[in-house]
Design a protein around this ligand. Structure first.
Ligand SMILES: Cc1ncc(COP(=O)(O)O)c(C=O)c1O
Length: 391
């Protein structure tokens, strides 16, 4: 039978699957894009329907540079921006252009699980590095550099996926110094940087270091506007942007997503993106607070987590002997889901962890999901249950 689905995610009614790492349908900005489309499509000129400039629509990049300068609190120039069809596509293109099969990529442990899949597609050798509450540990990186010559270090420095940890400001400088000394690129996936729910801003983005020519920053409208737009950017120094813009893919197909860029340019110029960011931050802050409160109520203290200051995720750490992949069967029976920690490990570890996303559901569903999770954990910790299921 023909698959007529439009969306990737298919959430069964009544299910609270915390694994969905995306905005809820109620937060998708249809009315806002209608306004932007009326603005952009109302004229008689349609250069955005021609093949696009290789680096991406210049007016869109200028508008984006202005938006980022304000929200990153650093000076961002349009020349530093290369338009990509989302951060994932940007990451894939970087692998295509700068890595060969068998090259080594350093990742954080845990790491964004779908970046690991992209590195696998490129047959890269993945090496996991430890993190603590301040992010990736520079001493551990330095030690691994005595054993490997990586082409990339891939990091989610701010409001990490899945752990929500933020890399400390001084560590950012240490990593940049190491990338220069040992000659590797840092790919900083900064898609959550603008989703900050604390009173104080996070440390400056890794994008502040692109003049080193070893730092490449990825950004995306998926987390601040809508993932279906497939629009993101790579921010890098001039030689890197030149290499990206000169690749065969763009020579053949032109710059990426000129039509979408034109619409999103209007959202930037009309202040609509700014408004949407404020709306999202308010909604996600409330959802995060509600879920953390419900988890504290329904889960015992043996299940640890930290309340995140931004991003989408809560990282649960269960007692050592709990295998969250095994527990998922019981969760699904109780109409609740999550992503088991092992999915985020390049080393086959983190079996007692789980990632919950608080962006997809409204508060009553988040609370109900937490309640079900408490029941699941109780049932799973019951020895009879475990014995039966281990057989
Ligand atoms: C760290 C990280 N990078 C990239 C992406 C995907 O971004 P995009 O939709 O722009 O490809 C996600 C989405 O979950 C993410 O969490």
């Amino acid at each position: 039978m023909t698959d007529l689905r439009i969306a990737q995610l298919n959430m069964p009614p009544g299910m609270v699957d915390f694994s969905a790492g995306q905005p809820s349908p109620s937060l998708l900005p249809l009315a806002l894009l209608r306004k932007a489309a009326a603005d952009r499509l109302g004229g008689n000129d349609a250069p955005f329907l021609a093949y696009g400039a290789e680096q991406g629509d210049g007016y869109f990049r200028s508008a984006l540079a202005g938006f980022l300068s304000e929200h990153y609190r650093i000076a961002v120039e349009a020349d530093q921006l290369f338009v990509a069809a989302g951060a994932s596509m940007g990451l894939d293109l970087l692998c295509t252009l700068f890595a060969s099969a068998g090259d080594t990529v350093f990742v954080e442990e845990p790491s964004y699980f779908l970046a690991l899949r992209i590195f696998n597609d490129h047959h890269l050798n993945i090496v996991g590095l430890p993190m603590d509450a301040d992010g990736l540990i520079p001493e551990a990186l330095e030690e691994e550099l005595t054993r490997h010559r990586p082409v990339f270090l891939y990091s989610v420095p701010t409001f990490h996926n899945p752990s929500s940890v933020t890399l400390a400001a001084e560590r950012r400088q240490e990593l940049v110094a190491l990338s220069r000394e040992y000659d590797f690129f840092i790919i900083a996936d900064e898609v959550y940087h603008l989703l900050n729910y604390a009173g104080v801003p996070p440390p400056p983005p890794m994008a502040s270091y692109i003049d080193s020519n070893t730092v490449i920053s990825l950004g995306s409208f998926s987390k601040i506007l809508a993932p279906g737009l497939r629009l993101g950017w790579i921010q890098a120094g001039a030689p890197l942007v030149k290499r990206l813009s000169g690749c065969g893919l763009l020579d053949s197909g032109g710059g990426l997503n000129p039509f979408t860029s034109a619409l999103v340019r209007s959202t930037l110029e009309m202040g609509l993106q700014h408004t949407q960011l404020t709306t999202l931050k308010t909604a996600y802050t409330q959802r995060k607070i509600a879920l953390c409160k419900a988890l504290k109520r329904y889960l015992p203290e043996t299940v640890r987590f930290s309340e995140p200051d931004g991003g989408f995720f809560i990282w649960l750490v269960f007692p050592e002997d709990v295998d969250t992949k095994q527990m998922l069967a019981e969760a699904q029976r109780q109409n609740v889901g999550y992503l088991p920690g092992v999915r985020f490990s390049s080393l086959g570890r983190l079996k007692n962890c789980a990632r919950l996303c608080f962006a997809y559901f409204d508060i009553p569903e988040l609370e109900e999901g937490a309640r079900r999770l408490g029941e699941v954990f109780k049932a799973f910790m019951n020895d009879d249950y475990r014995m039966k299921n281990d057989e």
